[in-house]
Design a protein around this ligand. Structure first.
Ligand SMILES: [Zn+2]
Length: 141
């Protein structure tokens, strides 16, 4: 499969570089694009949801499977693990947005406001996204 097929199943895609895109994740209610897509020169397609959905869940949400991520031609790739496949700028975009959310909440609390249950849950999501960003930048995924 080329990235084209996956991209045709997603909405609000933004290209962030050659063979790189971000889009809202189809596997969860994603108002802010958290899904990074990358097409490697050998035809493999890598995806990563910074919000934490598994690749399998993301693909299932658009009717694809893991096998769909590999190129149809045989022997075109070595299976070598790609080190740091995600562009630093894409990771930083995610981190910057989460940091903004946290600072808004901190400001509300500083003014004597309370944190709603919804906001509290969202802050946990922010923390897990920031942790995921560290793992991605570290090449752990
Ligand atoms: Zn997701």
């Amino acid at each position: 499969m080329s990235a084209e097929k996956l991209l045709s199943l997603l909405h609000n895609i933004r290209q962030t570089g050659r063979g790189r895109w971000i889009a809202p994740c189809p596997a969860h209610d994603d108002r802010r694009p958290s899904l990074a897509i990358r097409e490697l020169d050998d035809g493999r397609v890598l995806i990563h949801d910074f919000a934490g959905c598994s690749t399998r869940d993301v693909l299932a949400a658009v009717g694809l499977t893991l096998e769909d991520l590999f190129p149809e031609r045989q022997g075109g790739y070595t299976g070598a693990k790609e080190l740091r496949p995600w562009a630093a700028i894409d990771v930083l975009r995610c981190v910057a947005f989460e940091a903004l959310l946290v600072s808004i909440s901190a400001n509300n609390i500083a003014k004597g406001g309370t944190v709603s249950e919804f906001d509290r849950k969202r802050l946990f999501v922010a923390a897990s996204r920031l942790q995921a960003a560290v793992e991605v930048a570290n090449g752990d995924t």
